[in-house]
Design a protein around this ligand. Structure first.
Ligand SMILES: [Zn+2]
Length: 85
C-alpha cells in the first residue's frame, strides 16, 4: 500500500467502516511508515478532542449554578472591599 492510498482510506479506518482486509493493510502500512503513523495519530487525537468537547459541554443547569456561585463570590468580595496590591 502506498502513502496516498493510506491517506485515502484513513478516515474510513478511523470511522471503523473498513473491511478486515483493507484494515489490516492499513495497519501493516502504519507499522513501517512513520509519516502515516504521525498523520493517523494526529487525526485520531483531533477527533478525540472534538468528541470530548461535545461530551463535556456543560448542561445549562450546571452552567447557571456555576455562574451564580461565581457571582456570589464576587458579591462577598465586594463586601470586604477590594484589596489594593
Ligand atoms: Zn505512508
Amino acid at each position: 500500500m502506498k502513502c496516498s492510498e493510506f491517506l485515502q482510506e484513513l478516515t474510513n479506518y478511523l470511522d471503523g467502516v473498513l473491511d478486515d482486509r483493507t484494515k489490516s493493510e492499513l495497519e501493516d502500512h502504519l507499522a513501517w511508515c512513520h509519516n502515516c503513523y504521525v498523520v493517523c495519530d494526529t487525526t485520531k487525537k483531533t477527533i478525540e478532542i472534538y468528541r470530548d468537547s461535545q461530551l463535556y459541554e456543560l448542561p445549562d443547569d450546571l452552567r447557571n449554578r456555576l455562574r451564580s456561585a461565581i457571582v456570589a463570590k464576587c458579591e462577598a468580595r465586594k463586601k470586604t472591599g477590594p484589596r489594593e496590591v
